[in-house]
Design a protein around this ligand. Structure first.
Ligand SMILES: C[S@@+](CC[C@H](N)C(=O)[O-])C[C@H]1O[C@@H](n2cnc3c(N)ncnc32)[C@H](O)[C@@H]1O
Length: 212
């Protein structure tokens, strides 16, 4: 696994100063949390993984380290400077510049149907609640029945927003597990790991009868 470089950290910091609304923190995810979030991928498996909010690659590297032959790893990033940085430093990464909230269209354009794992470090708390719920539903709808969705939430997010997020996750996943806080991560953060999606687009799965 390649370690994060000084250029990765500085590029991220520069963009965080310019676009706090996108990056939400001046710090890249620390190695411990990045490794933990990638562990949702079975080691050496042939999996299709979608990474939302790739930044300067803090999670892209540990994700890559877990993937076996025949896997696909699609990274989505909105900020053009971060996209350029990733293209330069991680040419192996399949990367699209786009808005993760257009999840279904991005996957359709990439020719991806079902996804095994979705990993996110998006600044969820900054999205309006209605967009949060729509995106979570779209993610759950594209996950394989035995797939997983793992996301970071930091202690910078307002407790009321985290509460809302917890509720929204519970609406579209049968299992939502909250991990212990990694206090040494800048900023302290924990994961929500979600399994058994309750909504499917192909009609094969269970439905929780969410209103359209
Ligand atoms: C908190 S940073 C995490 C970056 C990196 N994954 C890490 O762990 O260090 C959030 C990332 O999500 C990106 N982002 C924010 N909103 C986005 C959106 N709607 N679609 C795609 N990427 C977005 C930001 O540009 C930023 O790179």
């Amino acid at each position: 696994m390649c370690a994060m470089t000084r250029a990765d950290h500085l590029t991220f910091l520069r963009r965080a100063i310019r676009r706090p609304d996108l990056l939400a923190t001046p710090f890249v995810t620390g190695p411990r949390l990045a490794r933990d979030i990638a562990q949702v991928i079975p080691q050496g498996s042939s999996s299709t993984v979608v990474e939302l909010g790739a930044g300067t690659g803090a999670m892209s590297d540990p994700i890559r380290a877990r993937l076996g032959p025949g896997s696909r790893h699609l990274a989505v990033e909105l900020d053009p400077d971060l996209v350029a940085h990733l293209r330069r430093t991680r040419p192996w990464l399949e990367l699209v510049r786009g808005d993760a909230r257009e999840f279904t269209r991005l996957l359709d354009e990439a020719g991806i149907g079902t996804v095994d794992v979705v990993i996110s470090s998006l600044p969820w708390a900054l999205f309006p609640a209605v967009q949060r719920r729509a995106l979570l539903r779209d993610i759950a709808a594209r996950l394989a029945p035995d797939g997983a969705f793992s996301m970071i939430t930091t202690w910078m997010a307002l407790p009321s927003r985290v509460g809302d997020l917890r509720g929204a996750l519970g609406e579209v996943f049968d299992e939502v597990v909250e991990t212990a806080t990694v206090w040494l991560n800048p900023p302290p953060a924990r994961l929500f790991v979600c399994r058994r999606p309750l909504v499917r687009t192909d009609g094969a799965g269970t439905s929780n009868n969410l209103d359209e």
